[in-house]
Design a protein around this ligand. Structure first.
Ligand SMILES: [Zn+2]
Length: 367
C-alpha cells in the first residue's frame, strides 16, 4: 500500500453516510476488498451532490444505465461490481443513483444489459426486458453480437419497450478488441434493423483516437448517411475520455442529423462543451452509466490518452490539502454543471439535456 493510499484511508470518511435507507442491497462496509469505497456514499459525496443538484431540472431521464445479475456476467466478476449487490435492478438503480441526483427526479431510463464477453448474453437481455416492464418511463436495449441470430434479434422488437441495440467491442473476433474496426462488432444488418424500427444504436467507440480515428469516422459517416432513420447514440461523448479526440472530430460530423451523444461517465467538461458548441444542446443527453456511477474516482485526459483515477491510484501529497475522491456519477454531474455555467446554458437547455431530448428521441409519452 502506498503512502498516499494510507493517507487517503486515514483521512477519508468512507462510510455508510446516507445509506441508512438504502435497503437490503446496501454495501457491507466492512468488506476489506472494497478499498476504494465503491458503492458507498460518504459525507464528501453528500456535499458535492447537494451542490450539483441545485442546477438539476425536476425531471431526469437516464439515457444510459446498466442493469444486470452477477450470475449472468460470468467469471471473474468485474472488480468494481464485487462490493455491489448481486442483482442490480430498477430498485437498485433508483436507490443508489437517487443519492447522486435525487431519487424524486429520476423519471425513467434507457436500460442496457452489462456486456461482458464471458457472460450469458441472452439471460442479460431477458433480464433488462423484464425490468423495463416495471416502470412506465423506461425503455431497453439488447446486446447484439456479430454472431447474433438476426431473426431471433428481430423478435425482441415485438416488445414496444425494446428500442435498440448495444453492440460492444469485446464480442469482435480479433485478439485486441480495443483496436477493433467498427464493422467487426457492429454488422450492417444491425444498422438495417435499426433503420426499420427507428431504433437506437448505443455505441462505445474503441481505438486509440476514438472519434478521431479515420476508420471510425468513415464508418460512422457511411452508415449514418445510408441509414438516416437509425439513431446513432455515441456513448461517453464519443468515448471522449481523452477530450481532444472528440473535440477534433466534431466539425467533420456536424452534418449528420441522426448522430447523438451521451454524457455517461464523462468527468471533465471540455468534450461535452465541444458537442454543445458544434451540435447545440439538443444532441447531448445525460446518462449515468450506472453502475459505473457508483465507482469512486474520475476519468481524466492524460498525455495522449486517458486514465481512470481511483483512491488506490491517486497521489496525494501529505502536505497538500486533504483530497477525498468522490463517485464517478457525481464527477460526471459536476462536469455537466461546469458546461452549464461556462456556456451559460438556459433552464430550457438543461431540461433538454436531462429529459426532453430523451423524450423526443425515444418518442416517450409523458403523463
Ligand atoms: Zn455503459
Amino acid at each position: 500500500m502506498s503512502l498516499s493510499r494510507r493517507l487517503f484511508l486515514a483521512t477519508s470518511t468512507v462510510g455508510t453516510f446516507g445509506l441508512a435507507h438504502a435497503g437490503k442491497e446496501a454495501v457491507v462496509e466492512s468488506d476489506p476488498k472494497n478499498e476504494d469505497g465503491n458503492w458507498t456514499f460518504n459525507k464528501t459525496d453528500a456535499e458535492i451532490a447537494a451542490s450539483v443538484q441545485e442546477r438539476l431540472p425536476d425531471r431526469l431521464f437516464d439515457i444510459h444505465a446498466h442493469l444486470y445479475r452477477k450470475c449472468d456476467l460470468g467469471a471473474p466478476c468485474p472488480e468494481f461490481l464485487r462490493p455491489g449487490p448481486d442483482i442490480a435492478d430498477v430498485d437498485t438503480w433508483r436507490t443508489h443513483l437517487g443519492k447522486v441526483c435525487g431519487s424524486k427526479r429520476l423519471a425513467g431510463a434507457l436500460f442496457v444489459p452489462y456486456p461482458v464477453k464471458k457472460g450469458d448474453v441472452d439471460a442479460g437481455n431477458d433480464f433488462v426486458v423484464e425490468q423495463t416492464s416495471r416502470i412506465e418511463m423506461s425503455r431497453g436495449l439488447i446486446v447484439v453480437m456479430p454472431d447474433s441470430d438476426r431473426a431471433k434479434t428481430e423478435v425482441y422488437f415485438n416488445n414496444p419497450k425494446i428500442v435498440g441495440f448495444k453492440p460492444y467491442h469485446v464480442f469482435a473476433h480479433c485478439a485486441q478488441t480495443f483496436d477493433a474496426a467498427l464493422e467487426e462488432y457492429l454488422p450492417e444488418w444491425v444498422w438495417e434493423m435499426a433503420a426499420a424500427h427507428r431504433a437506437v444504436i448505443l455505441l462505445h467507440l474503441v481505438r486509440h483516437a476514438a472519434l478521431s480515428d479515420p476508420g471510425n469516422q468513415t464508418t460512422i459517416r457511411k452508415y449514418c448517411s445510408k441509414y438516416p432513420k437509425a439513431i446513432l447514440l455515441l456513448a461517453h461523448a464519443g468515448r471522449g475520455f481523452h477530450a481532444p479526440n472528440t473535440i477534433r472530430a466534431l466539425p467533420a460530423l456536424k452534418d449528420l442529423d441522426n448522430l447523438y451523444f451521451d454524457s455517461a461517465a464523462v468527468c471533465e467538461p471540455d468534450a461535452l462543451m465541444a458537442i454543445v458548441k458544434a451540435f447545440g444542446p439538443r444532441r447531448l443527453l445525460w446518462g449515468s452509466d450506472f453502475p459505473v456511477s457508483q465507482q469512486r474516482g474520475k476519468c481524466v485526459t492524460v498525455g495522449d490518452a486517458f486514465s481512470w483515477i481511483c483512491p488506490r491510484r491517486i497521489d496525494i501529497d501529505p502536505a497538500a490539502p486533504v483530497c477525498h475522491p468522490t463517485l464517478v456519477g457525481l464527477e460526471s454531474l459536476r462536469a455537466m454543471y461546469l458546461v452549464a455555467e461556462l456556456m451559460e446554458l438556459s433552464k430550457k437547455d438543461l431540461e433538454d439535456i436531462f429529459f426532453n431530448n430523451a423524450r423526443r428521441l425515444l418518442r416517450l409519452r409523458v403523463v
